[in-house]
Ligand binder design. Structure first.
Ligand code: SF4
Length: 374
């Protein structure tokens, strides 16, 4: 039923950070030695060459991590050059790099300006107290100044499409504290904000420190407040945790939520070809030794449901046309009419013409909505 499709989006995982933050469950290594970095890049380039024939003209590239801006400028340059050699791009391709503002330098921002056209900056909180509490491993005495300097450097190199990543529901954080973080965030000339509720992921240092009962209703209040406040400031919520000025959605994520086929390179990076998913081996040692990716092969019915609920993270949900492009022409009603009607009755979904989208309640209780289709 489902067919494999050529990749249109590329994700590259840079698996190095200056230190490990207490809340972080992403894969990264603390030690970016020259020889290890060389070996990682060599492997990455060979994977690029192998997989490039499976790609169509790329619509987006995303460098995540880890900390991509930890790469020395000459390595960044080499990485961009290899990508140019191996892939072809759509004319208005979106190229995003995640950036730690304290690791950005004049030279790096110049190199980025030659290739990258969107930056997603990890801030998490502007409050030194909360940054300390969640174990941000970096100097944080004046994060506002650091962010301001980083934005100036990027703007100087023609990168104006900049977003900030924030985390709320931090240990001990009040609604008032969260409001201050949002106020500071919108005072910068940014186009996009990602606001995630802190989840204490198993295996993280923070989960070991805070095994206390959490007031989930406060998290919901913070989410609601963000929606109202940011709307007033010109940022609309377009996905459960993402807000943007008009025409500044993250297109890479937008495409992935809408079922696009993406190629993920680097340890722990995920790929999806329209039918199967797989995750590159991590940690780095095994990845370099050529260990096989972990495959996630499921029945088409399950994959269809997974794709469908991912699209329901978006405020705009699914149009009939977009859905049938990725489902191989099978309508969502023929697959789940009863479940859809039940969710409409419970005010979690809404239908308009041939489109189906989540209500505000559906976004807030997305986990319940998702479960009903699985
Ligand atoms: S939060 Fe970011 S900087 Fe901190 S360890 Fe995770 S990937 Fe690295």
């Amino acid at each position: 039923m489902l067919k494999k499709r050529p990749f249109t989006e590329l994700y590259i995982h840079i698996p190095f950070c200056a230190g490990k933050c207490d809340y972080c469950a992403f894969y990264s290594e603390k030690n970016m030695e020259e020889t290890l970095l060389e070996k990682y890049l060599e492997k990455l380039f060979s994977h690029m060459e192998e997989n490039a024939p499976l790609c169509k003209v790329l619509r987006s590239i995303y460098f995540g991590g880890g900390t991509p801006t930890l790469l020395p400028p000459e390595k960044m340059e080499k990485l961009f050059q290899k990508i140019r050699q191996n892939f072809t791009f759509e004319e208005n391709i979106e190229i995003t790099m995640e950036c730690n503002p304290s690791s950005l330098t004049e030279e790096k921002s110049m190199v980025m300006g030659s290739f990258v056209n969107r930056v997603s900056m990890g801030v998490q909180s502007f409050s030194p107290v909360f940054r300390e509490r969640i174990g941000r491993r970096e100097p944080n005495k004046n994060i506002e100044k650091t962010v301001e300097n980083a934005i100036t450097l990027l703007n100087k190199n023609s990168i104006f499409n900049i977003g900030l990543d924030l985390i709320y529901f931090l240990p001990g954080q009040t609604l008032e504290d969260w409001k201050k973080d949002l106020q500071t965030a919108v005072s910068f000339p940014v186009k996009h904000l990602s606001c995630y509720s802190l989840t204490l992921e198993e295996g993280t240092l923070l989960a070991e420190k805070y095994i206390t009962e959490k007031d989930e209703s406060l998290s919901a209040d913070m989410w609601e407040f963000a929606g109202e406040y940011l709307k007033e400031k010109g940022f609309s919520r377009y996905e459960i945790s993402n807000y943007a000025k008009e025409n500044f959605h993250c297109r890479h994520n937008d495409n992935i939520w809408k079922g696009a086929a993406y190629l993920g390179l680097g340890p722990s990076a995920c790929s999806f070809d329209g039918k199967d998913r797989w995750t590159q081996y991590s940690p780095l040692g095994g990845f370099l030794a050529g260990k096989e990716p972990e495959k996630d092969i499921v029945e088409d019915e399950t994959r269809l449901a997974e794709m469908f609920i991912m699209g329901l993270r978006k405020v705009s949900g699914w149009t009939k046309e977009d859905w049938e492009k990725v489902s191989g022409g099978i309508s969502f009603d023929s697959l789940w009419r009863k479940t859809i009607e039940k969710n409409i009755l419970h005010n979690l979904l809404h239908r308009k013409g041939e489109s189906l989208f989540p209500t505000e309640k559906g976004l807030e209780f997305w986990n319940d909505l998702a479960e009903s289709f699985l």
